[in-house]
Design a binder for this molecule. Structure first.
Ligand SMILES: NC(=O)c1ccc[n+]([C@@H]2O[C@H](COP(=O)([O-])OP(=O)(O)OC[C@H]3O[C@@H](n4cnc5c(N)ncnc54)[C@H](OP(=O)(O)O)[C@@H]3O)[C@@H](O)[C@H]2O)c1
Length: 275
């Protein structure tokens, strides 16, 4: 496993995404993942699966402090009051008195950013989360959060995979001292049968999704949270620490189309230009 050390934490770079799994399916996936060796789990209030995640964590018997647990809040209403209410409910469902990382899930224009970030900072001050961060923030939104509101952000979780490469957003996050967390790193499944990724993987006896995962792992200060409902998928996605991509592989990935954005809710921000 690759670990990233940031703001005093040592965190497995590869985590488990849990959307859109719910109930028993989510419980099973989290239990399998923990058996396989995953120790970084990504959920959100809006995924309606925190209860399943919480039960799986508890039933695993793994000490809470050996798992890096992220949840997200405020996807629909980003007021301070809503953050506080939602996050209390999240902790109850997760059966824990703290998370490692609490993210402001999507930027919402209706609520002033400093109000939402202030509510996250309060949760951190109360030791209910070790770190705070944001999701789907553009370059200008990251700058506003850090430079205007002085938010102490651990990560920006945004969509990143070989079919949506965002080096400028990554570079700005790093310049601001923020790690990157790649969501949908297998392009929501669209990278699975990509012929270029398959060809690269053929050199190493690896599949296209494994190449997509390795490509992120090779980046500095970058986490990723692929999801699979299947035990074989979870095993395969974890079997990526015995090979490395070379410059030729990375150059081939740069030739792929770079426009496959899968997460486009009605409240999406004005995305940064891709190139
Ligand atoms: N912050 C945000 O706004 C945001 C937005 C979207 C996602 N996320 C996070 O990112 C996580 C991952 O994103 P995602 O679920 O959208 O997409 P993803 O992880 O890029 O891709 C998941 C898809 O790939 C398939 N897959 C996974 N591993 C595979 C393998 N080894 N071989 C073949 N197929 C495989 C899965 O099918 P099977 O399940 O059948 O294996 C599923 O269809 C989410 O679960 C969530 O935690 C965050």
């Amino acid at each position: 496993m690759n670990y990233i050390e940031h703001k005093g934490a040592r965190v497995p770079a590869l985590g488990l995404g849990t959307y859109p799994m719910e109930g028993q399916q989510c419980y099973d996936a989290v239990r399998w993942a923990l058996d396989i060796g995953y120790r970084h789990i990504d959920t959100a209030e809006s995924y309606h699966n925190e209860d399943a995640v919480g039960r799986a964590l508890e039933d695993s018997g793994i000490p809470r402090d050996e798992i890096f647990l992220t949840t997200k809040c405020a996807i629909f209403r980003a007021t301070a009051e809503n953050v506080a209410t939602e996050f209390s409910a999240s902790l109850d469902k997760l059966r824990t008195d703290y998370v490692d990382l609490l993210l402001y899930h999507w930027p919402r224009q209706e609520t002033p950013m400093d109000e939402t970030l202030g509510a996250l900072a309060e949760a951190k001050a109360a030791s209910r989360t070790r770190h705070i961060g944001v999701g789907n923030f553009t370059i200008s939104l990251m700058r506003e959060a850090v430079e205007v509101y002085k938010a102490d952000l651990f990560t920006n979780q945004f969509e990143s995979h070989p079919l949506l490469r965002q080096p400028k957003v990554e570079a700005e996050a790093h310049r601001l001292g923020i790690t990157v967390t790649a969501h949908s790193p297998i392009a929501r499944g669209r990278a699975v049968d990509n012929p270029v990724l398959e060809k690269i993987g053929g050199k190493y006896g690896k599949s296209a999704p494994q190449v997509a995962i390795r490509w992120q792992l090779d980046k500095a200060n970058t986490f990723l949270v692929p999801k699979s409902t299947r035990r074989e998928g979870l095993v395969a996605n974890f079997d990526v620490f015995d090979f490395a991509l070379d410059d030729e592989d990375r150059a081939m990935i740069e030739t792929l189309p770079n426009n496959m954005r899968g997460s486009r809710p009605p409240f999406e921000p004005d995305w940064d230009p891709i190139d």
